[in-house]
Design a protein around this ligand. Structure first.
Ligand code: MLT
Length: 257
C-alpha cells in the first residue's frame, strides 16, 4: 500500500442500524446524497464518501482506476468496523459498485444501481472522454459542467436543481475530474459479472435518462438473478436530484423488504 492509498477519503457516517454506503455520481460529491442521507439515517447507518478527487477528498491524489475507488469503500468499511453493507451507486457510483461487487462480493448485502450501465465506453465514448479531459485541462471544470448539464438533467428539471448541479460540479478540482474521466474511460465491461451477483438488487432509472437509458437498465435487471427495476417517470439521469420523493420511495420499498 502506498502513501496515497493510505489516506482514507472523507466520509459522513450517520445513524444506526443496517449499514448502507452511498456512492456519488460524476462530477459531483457526497452532498448529492443529502436528501437520502437524512431520510435513511432515521433507521439505518448511512456512510457517504466523497470519493478521492471530489468534495472534501478533492485534495487527495485521485486514483487511476474505479477499482481503487471500490477498494477505498472497503477500507472505509474496515475503518468503521462494518463487515457487510448495502451499496448504492448512481452512475459513476454504480460503476464503482460493480467494481465493489467484483472485488469484495462477500461484503455486499444488497445492491442499488441507479442510472448506471454495465457496458464499457464505446470507441466514440472513449474519444469523448479524451475531449472532456482536454477541455478540463485547458478551461477548467465549469465549462465541462455546462457541456454535461443537458445530459445530466431532463428538460423538465427545476431551475433550483440545475443551479445545484452547476454549483456542485463547478466546485470540483480539474485534477479530480480529469482523473475520474480517465478512470471511467478505462473501466472494464461489467456485463459478465451480472449473472453472478448473488444479492438482492434494485435497478433505478430515470425514464428520460440518455446516458444510461431504460433499455440498458431493463437488460441489467434481467441479467442479475434477484433484481427488480424501478423506472422514475419523467426524470433524467440524476434521478435522486430530479425526483427525490420517487427515488426514496423506490429505495425504501426495496431496503425495507
Ligand atoms: C455520472 O453521472 O456519474 C456520469 O455521467 C457517468 C458517465 O459519464 O459515464
Amino acid at each position: 500500500m502506498n502513501d496515497n492509498q493510505a489516506k482514507l477519503p472523507a466520509f459522513v457516517d450517520e445513524g444506526q442500524g443496517d449499514p448502507i454506503v452511498l456512492l456519488h455520481a460524476f462530477p459531483l460529491d457526497g452532498t448529492m446524497w443529502d436528501n437520502e442521507r437524512i431520510a435513511l439515517s432515521q433507521s439505518r447507518r448511512v456512510v457517504v464518501p466523497d470519493l478521492r478527487g471530489f468534495g472534501r477528498s478533492g485534495k487527495l491524489p485521485p486514483p487511476g482506476s474505479l477499482d481503487e475507488h471500490a477498494d477505498d469503500v472497503a477500507r472505509i468499511m474496515d475503518h468503521l468496523g462494518i463487515e457487510r453493507a448495502a451499496v448504492a451507486g448512481l452512475s459513476m457510483g454504480g460503476y464503482i459498485a460493480f467494481a465493489f461487487a467484483r472485488r469484495h462480493p462477500h461484503r455486499l448485502v444488497r445492491l442499488v444501481l441507479a442510472d448506471t450501465r454495465s457496458a464499457p465506453d464505446s470507441v466514440d465514448g472513449r474519444r469523448g472522454r479524451d475531449e472532456n479531459i482536454a477541455l478540463v485541462r485547458s478551461e477548467g471544470v465549469p465549462p465541462l459542467v455546462e457541456r454535461l448539464l443537458p445530459k445530466l438533467l431532463s428538460p423538465k428539471a427545476s431551475p433550483e436543481v440545475v443551479t445545484r448541479v452547476r454549483a456542485l460540479g463547478g466546485r470540483q478540482t480539474a485534477e479530480g475530474v480529469g482523473a475520474a474521466l480517465a478512470a471511467m474511460r478505462d473501466r472494464p465491461d461489467a456485463t459478465p459479472i451480472l449473472p453472478g451477483i448473488a444479492v438482492p438488487s434494485l435497478i433505478i432509472v430515470g425514464e428520460a435518462d440518455s446516458i444510461s437509458p431504460p433499455t440498458e437498465a431493463r437488460a441489467m435487471a434481467t441479467a442479475i438473478p434477484e433484481a427488480e427495476l424501478a423506472v422514475i417517470a419523467g426524470a433524467g439521469h440524476l434521478t435522486n436530484l430530479e425526483a427525490p420523493a420517487a427515488f426514496m420511495a423506490a429505495m425504501l420499498k426495496f431496503l425495507d423488504r
